[in-house]
Design a protein around this ligand. Structure first.
Ligand SMILES: NC(=O)c1ccc[n+]([C@@H]2O[C@H](COP(=O)([O-])OP(=O)(O)OC[C@H]3O[C@@H](n4cnc5c(N)ncnc54)[C@H](OP(=O)(O)O)[C@@H]3O)[C@@H](O)[C@H]2O)c1
Length: 276
């Protein structure tokens, strides 16, 4: 397991352990990993493939967190150590059209997917859309009041529960029949940002509303908060294109796991304490 301490990876570790699979988790900071005791936690950095190599001994299946630039050497080392299967955490952004050709996120996920395809391992791509956990960016505003200020109130997304991404990944790691699959994962409904904020309010038992700011004001605010300007511009351009356009909803979570995708309401109820 790489990315084991991340939003998705923690749930993958939990799912693998629950299924009785032995787990070795790689992290840059083992002392801060806070993973279940049943997982073997080892140090390593994906940007320095030589530090990952020792962790690959006796591994049959690898969950790969995308690390552009060094995925190739990591995958070659995996193959040399007898790893047979790789499940890549990718992004549905790889499916965007030519108008997003210069989007850095699209480019880096495409690059890592190409490395995985060329690796000679049996691979599965897990391509989630926007994570429900992204709404935690509003937690400071919601805990301090009842308004979320941000751009593009009408931008629509089918936010996916991180546990669903993890469930699909765990299936692909543990069971046959997923080789060559490119699983595009979404939540079960398309919601505007305004509606997402309202639903978090419902989970908290008090009204929360989204107050739309201009893209210019949002840009200044993010740059004040040290978000890199290039990323801010990419995000704003991207979100502008989501206004009034219902997000694609796939049934892949249910098709792979047998259970319907979890709702955003469920996610919000589970995370209510994070917004208080
Ligand atoms: N957020 C979204 O809406 C969205 C949508 C689609 C795709 N994605 C993709 O999903 C990924 C984020 O997943 P996430 O939210 O689960 O991750 P996350 O919570 O941001 O955590 C990052 C994980 O990656 C590990 N990691 C990062 N750099 C590493 C390195 N150099 N060496 C070893 N481990 C490293 C971290 O481990 P340690 O810190 O323990 O070392 C941690 O486990 C990104 O690639 C993103 O593009 C995100």
């Amino acid at each position: 397991m790489t990315g084991a301490t991340g939003n998705v990876g923690r749930h993958v570790v939990g799912g693998l352990l629950a299924a009785g699979a032995p787990v070795r988790a790689l992290t840059r900071r083992p002392e801060a990993a806070r993973l279940p005791a049943a997982a073997e936690v080892v140090g390593g950095d994906l940007t320095r493939p030589e530090t990952v190599e020792p962790a690959l001994k006796d591994v049959s299946a690898l969950f790969l967190f995308p690390s552009p630039g060094t995925a190739g050497p990591v995958l070659r080392a995996a193959r040399e150590h007898g790893v047979r299967r790789v499940v890549l955490l990718s992004s549905s952004a790889v499916e965007y059209g030519a108008e997003h050709a210069d989007n850095e996120i699209v480019a880096f996920h495409r690059e890592v997917e190409r490395e995985v395809e060329a690796s000679g391992l049996d691979w599965t791509f897990v391509r989630p859309g926007a994570f429900a956990v992204n709404t935690l960016q509003w937690a400071p505003q919601i805990s301090a009041g009842d308004v979320v200020r941000g751009p593009f109130a009408g931008a629509e997304m089918a936010l996916v529960h991180e546990r669903d991404i993890a469930d699909v990944a765990a299936r692909a790691l543990l069971t046959d029949g997923h080789v060559g699959a490119k699983y595009v994962l979404t939540g079960p409904e398309s919601l505007t940002q305004a509606e997402q904020a309202r639903r978090i309010g419902l989970a908290l038992g008090r009204p929360v509303r989204y107050e739309e700011s201009t893209p210019e004001a949002a840009r200044e605010e993010m740059i004040r908060n040290h978000v890199p300007a290039a990323f801010v511009d990419m995000l704003l351009t991207f979100q502008a294109g989501l206004v009034g356009v219902p997000a694609e909803v796939t049934r892949t979570v249910e098709e792979v796991t047998g259970s319907p995708a979890r709702t955003f309401d469920q996610w919000a109820a589970e995370h209510a304490a994070d917004f208080r």
